[in-house]
Each structure stands twice: as C-alpha cells, then as structure tokens.
Design a binder for this molecule. Structure first.
Ligand SMILES: C[S@@+](CC[C@H](N)C(=O)[O-])C[C@H]1O[C@@H](n2cnc3c(N)ncnc32)[C@H](O)[C@@H]1O
Length: 199
C-alpha cells in the first residue's frame, strides 16, 4: 500500500516535471520563431534583401563620400542603424527605414544610449513605399537584383543635387561621380540628376 502511494507520488512529480519541460521548450521555440520571422521574411519578398551589416571600412567609405555634404540623410534598409548613427555623429539629420521591427527597436535603443536620438531617427517601413523627395542624401546597401528598379525610383523622386551612395552594388545605368574603396567595401557616389553611363 505505502509502496503504491510512493509510486503514485513519484509519477505525479515526474509528470509535473514533464509538463514544465514541455512548457519551457515550447515557450522558447515560440519566442525564437517570433524573433526569427522578421529576419527570414525578407527572403520571401519579390526582392530578397537580407540583413547583412555594413563593414567598418564600408561605413568609413560612406562617411568619406559624404564629406562636405550636409542636411538630411536616409539609409534604405537601415539594419542595426550603424550607417545612420555614423552619419548623425558627423552632423547629418539622419533617418533609417527598416522592415525588421527588432532591428528598428535595437537602432532606437543604440541612438538613445549614444545620445544621438535628436539627430538619428528610425522607423519601420518598406523602402519601396518611402517617398524620398525630402532627403538630400540617400544611402543604399542593396542587392544587384533591386538596383535597376531603385534607380528608376531615384530618377522619379529625388531632387536635383541629392547625393546617392550605393554600397557594394552600383546603379546599373548611371555614371558615378566617384568610386571609393575596393571589393566588398566599395561605394559609388552619384548626384542627381543621374547621368546615363553611355552619354
Ligand atoms: C544589406 S542589409 C543593410 C543594413 C544596413 N544598411 C547596413 O549597411 O548595415 C539590408 C537591410 O534591409 C532590410 N530590408 C529588406 N527589405 C526591406 C524593405 N523592403 N524595406 C525596408 N527594409 C528592408 C533588411 O531587413 C536588412 O536589415
């Protein structure tokens, strides 16, 4: 009889542990999925633009390309905000548009901790739906498949004298003012109105 009671008590104890274990692993799996979805979902879009942060050299090249410039700047697909923050440090009123809400939250937090919140703003949005008319400098670290469509968007929306800094992939039909850096850190500098490559 006492043996039976002990075995029942042990059984109840182990099923409680089992339930606890299933709840914890299930909860962790759900949290991980929720975090991963925004990182994976760009791959399901018409143009797959994954999260690949700019290298330190690339950011330096962008800042060099912008020397002598001022005003507003937007980074299209701002990731963890490193380009926007670097530009804000050099005096630009800098903005980042980014699809991934975690990266937007992280960027805002970094801006706050670095005391740059008044010069660096981040918002969640689709770069294709963002009207670029009010920005005097535009930065894009994109992928080659998007550059032709983006070039048309620039031609349509950007004001004369706006600077465009394209990282890693150039605008396919436009002549750059300058090319800075080498290999994966290369940036191409353009000025509106864009000049055709064959003119
Ligand atoms: C190559 S990463 C560049 C990140 C950042 N600009 C940098 O250089 O460190 C591209 C970023 O664009 C974001 N992205 C992808 N599609 C987007 C879209 N349609 N609108 C806004 N952001 C997008 C991705 O989530 C990713 O963070």
């Amino acid at each position: 009889m006492s043996c039976e009671l002990t075995s029942n008590a042990n059984h109840t104890k182990s099923s409680k542990w089992g339930l606890f274990f299933v709840s914890v692993t299930g909860g962790l799996a759900t949290v991980l999925s929720v975090i991963c979805i925004p990182f994976v979902s760009p791959a399901l879009r018409k143009v797959c633009l994954p999260y690949v942060p700019a290298t330190t050299k690339q950011v330096d090249n962008i800042i060099n390309a912008l020397s002598g410039r001022k005003g507003t700047l937007i980074d299209l697909g701002s990731g963890d905000g490193r380009i926007v923050l670097a530009a804000a440090k050099t005096g630009f009123r800098a903005y980042g548009v980014e699809l991934n809400p975690f990266l937007v939250a992280y960027s805002k937090m970094t801006a706050l901790t670095q005391g740059l919140s008044s010069n660096a703003s981040f918002f969640r949005g689709d770069l294709w739906k963002c009207n670029l008319a009010n920005y005097s400098n535009v930065v894009i670290f994109g992928v080659s498949q998007m550059m032709t469509e983006l070039e048309s968007k620039f031609r349509f929306e950007l004001e004369t004298n706006t600077f465009i800094i394209a990282c890693r992939f150039p605008l396919p039909n436009s002549k750059p003012l300058a090319t800075i850096g080498h290999g994966i850190d290369t940036v191409w500098v353009y000025k509106m109105p864009l000049e055709n490559i064959d003119s």
